[in-house]
Ligand binder design. Structure first.
Ligand SMILES: [Zn+2]
Ligand SMILES: [Zn+2]
Length: 735
């Protein structure tokens, strides 16, 4: 009987052999259910072979093969294999991490959801917007969409049940057109959304945008990495749209990766408007299991043309993939920080190479790694140096020296004055502070006690509105104490500034202003973002107070003042990437101002106005800062001049951790090409009740580092580690 080698979700880096009747090479990639100890596990067939080293009496037979979903394509299996090798993570766990939940189980998948249920018993008709679609605007090859449009154009309305016998593609189109507002049902609340695409509302490209599109398209048939380095407001999205259009004309699929789930609805709307007849799916952690599975299957069958998603979407099967776009490529959320610590950006480059297609990395502030690859010629760099919207000027950026202008409750007089002026001119303002909650901690002024988390080495953040203290690392919550647990003092003071407190202070200064707080607490509710953005656009908000959640990609047309509080914390951080990250964040938030005809102003409160980072920021000179930082990194021997990996370990006591790391360090001593650091406790020692430490290793050669890690991991697996959990993190983005 043939033998199948199966990848299972267990922490062992090998495949498991089973008998499987009638199995052949065609079955590679199929999902199976197999006995494993006393359990039943789901797995993926990776190989079909004739012989095995497992003794016949120990070899079991698979229990079932699932043919309700097609086998995973070879290209995706190769991506998983690479990911497993490069990040030194067991292959079965890599695969299961990438699959939708429904495909990780030993149950068959549920049949496809039929959208038509929602409009089966109602009349469907073209909206005003739908009536304006010209047949000529739909490419001839999209025959089904053209026929459907004609069908609607010929009559006043069509009963939903008339589509009962039609293909799922037609039902899908109807669903999309409903979402896009092209057609309406009797029960649609409002139908005539004015979002029709006509040639006149597709913007004319700037010279730079045009050049970018042509450069990329001229080499579209083979692998190359382009770094699209465009200042905020330079119209990177329009470049993406033109490239996507070119791919769709050739019936190719496009994968677009974005860092934030909050950004997907906005981009989704832009894409829907531009490509109304295209099947777009979005894949992110906010979807339920069924939604994600449906999207995944549509991508795999080639029905979906555009896949828009966060880092996990890199593992989507795409048989006709023609282009990958990684927007905001510098963003650290492309790197997963637990379990399989992969970088979706780096995997995007691998995947493009594997299928020989172009990949675009877009950013206003590229990561130093990508920037370095661009200036050394490994990547092609394409610059967008001017704003795409006519009359939109870059904002002016100034610092407010808080050694001279003392702050009260976090706000200085010059900033308050600027806010007052802006309010009187009926312009919108943003106050940016990277700390949600009311205040970073609770302090006893008589004995200097501060509220700390019982499970982490972190201070608890005061959330006055809910009258509790919260740990922003582990989620621990407790009631606000009435008196100091150390000395009994009843006068406990919230210390420092958070979004809630700044909002409260602004309310006392500007009682008539409409002030809104935006952070993870206020946007937790589903659709909260949508209604907030609506309010901003309707000019129902005067001042927004928010965390970095505000910085990302949203256009606020009437925004002309941005105040930045407490950014100094990151200037002298022990993390060598902190300045790079702060600069990116401040550039991004500054870029929100002055998008339309208003000239924007950015005011940064700081005690260090002469710091090179603020100097570069005021000149909006990314290149100057990047070149400086690269020199620093070269001298210090940090990435991108070396390649790093971190062995992370945790246990109940730090001594156990350091012992283990010291053993690991001894094992690594024999490798000449590897530079080894000392084992150290993590900067935040305790997290969720565990104490943590790490050991950093690096090498000038990526290849040597990989060879070393492979050997080292084997050695580490033989070290007794009952009380320890450890993991390798390749190309770490934080320590
Ligand atoms: Zn006290
Ligand atoms: Zn905690």
């Amino acid at each position: 009987m043939p033998i199948v080698r199966v990848a299972l979700n267990v922490p062992v880096g090998t495949l498991f052999d089973y008998y499987a009747e009638h199995a052949d090479q065609e079955n590679i990639g199929l999902r199976v259910s197999v006995p494993f100890g006393k359990r039943r596990l789901a797995g993926i067939i990776m190989e079909v072979v004739a012989n095995t080293e497992v003794p016949p009496e120990k070899l079991k037979t698979i229990q079932g093969v699932f043919t309700d979903n097609p086998p995973l394509p070879k290209e995706l299996l190769n991506l998983f294999a690479f990911c497993s090798q490069y990040y030194h993570h067991p292959i079965g766990m890599v695969i299961m991490n990438g699959l939708p939940a429904a495909l990780r189980t030993t149950k068959p998948i549920k049949p496809k959801k039929d959208h038509s249920a929602t409009w089966n018993n109602t009349q469907l008709r073209l909206t005003d917007a739908g009536k304006r679609i010209a047949l000529s605007s739909i490419p001839k090859r999209q025959r089904i969409a053209r026929n459907l449009l004609v069908r609607f154009q010929q009559v006043e309305s069509i009963p939903g049940e008339a589509f009962k016998e039609d293909s799922s593609r037609i039902k899908q189109l109807i669903q999309q057109w409903l979402v896009s507002g092209w057609i309406s049902t009797d029960s649609s609340p409002h139908s005539a959304q004015d979002n029709a695409v006509t040639d006149s509302n597709i913007p004319t490209l700037t010279v730079e945008q045009d050049h970018a599109v042509n450069t990329i398209l001229s080499a579209q048939s083979h692998f190359h990495v382009s770094l699209l380095h465009g200042i905020t407001g330079s119209g990177k999205t329009e470049v993406y749209l033109r490239l996507i259009a070119a791919m769709l004309m050739q019936d190719k699929q496009v994968l677009v990766l974005v860092p934030e789930i909050n950004l997907t609805p906005q981009l989704e709307a832009i894409f829907h408007n531009r490509f109304p007849c295209t099947n777009l799916i979005s894949l992110h952690s906010g979807l339920n299991d069924t939604e994600r599975l449906q999207g995944w299957l549509q991508a795999q069958t080639g029905e979906a043309n555009i896949v828009l998603g966060t880092r996990l979407a890199i593992f989507t099967p795409l048989p006709n993939l023609g282009l990958i776009i990684v927007d905001e490529e510098h963003d650290h959320s492309f790197k997963q920080q637990d379990g399989l610590r992969y970088s979706a950006r780096d995997l995007a480059i691998f995947r493009s190479k594997q299928v020989n297609i172009p990949v675009i990395l877009g950013s206003a502030t590229p990561s130093l790694e990508s920037y370095h690859s661009a200036i050394t010629g490994r990547y092609r760099v394409i610059q967008l140096t001017s704003r795409a919207i006519k009359n939109a000027a870059l904002p002016t950026i100034q610092t407010i020296d808080t050694r001279i202008h003392k702050t009260f409750n976090g706000l200085s007089q010059p900033l308050l004055q600027a806010l007052r002026t802006n309010l009187s001119e009926q312009q919108q303002s943003i106050i940016f502070i990277n700390r949600r909650g009311y205040a970073p901690t609770l302090l006893c002024k008589s004995c200097a006690w501060t509220a700390a988390c019982v499970r982490c080495s972190s201070r608890l953040v005061v959330h006055l509105r809910d009258k509790d203290l919260r740990c922003h690392y582990c989620g621990h919550q407790e009631r606000l104490p009435i008196h100091c647990p150390e000395c009994g003092n009843q006068d406990l003071t919230p210390f420092g500034q958070g979004t809630q407190r700044v909002t409260e202070t602004l309310n006392t200064y500007f009682p008539n202003a409409r002030i809104l707080r935006i952070d993870r607490d206020s946007t937790r509710r589903k659709d909260a973002w949508r209604s907030i953005l609506q309010k901003i656009h309707n000019q129902e908000i005067d001042i927004l107070v928010g965390t970095q959640i505000l910085a990302k990609g949203h256009d606020f047309p009437n925004l002309s003042l941005i105040g930045i509080l407490n950014s100094d914390n990151s200037l002298y951080s022990t993390d060598f990437r902190a300045s790079e990250r702060l600069f990116a964040q401040l550039m991004q938030i500054s870029g929100r101002a002055g998008r339309s005809n208003n000239k924007g102003q950015v005011l940064i409160q700081t005690e260090f106005p002469d710091h090179p980072l603020y100097q570069a920021l005021q000149k909006q000179n990314f290149d100057a800062l990047a070149k400086n930082l690269l020199i620093e990194r070269k001298i210090a021997g940090f990435p991108p001049y070396v390649h790093q990996a971190v062995l992370r370990a945790e246990a109940h006591r730090i001594e156990t951790v350091i012992d283990f790391l010291s053993t690991a360090a001894k094992l690594a001593k024999d490798y000449e090409s590897i530079e080894l650091f000392d084992p150290v406790p993590a900067q935040m020692l305790r997290l969720k009740g565990m104490e943590r430490g790490h050991l950093l290793v690096q090498s000038a050669s990526r290849k040597q580092l990989q060879i070393f890690l492979l050997q080292w991991q084997k050695q580490l697996s033989t070290v007794p580690t009952q009380k320890i959990r450890w993991v390798l993190d390749v190309d770490p983005v934080e320590l």
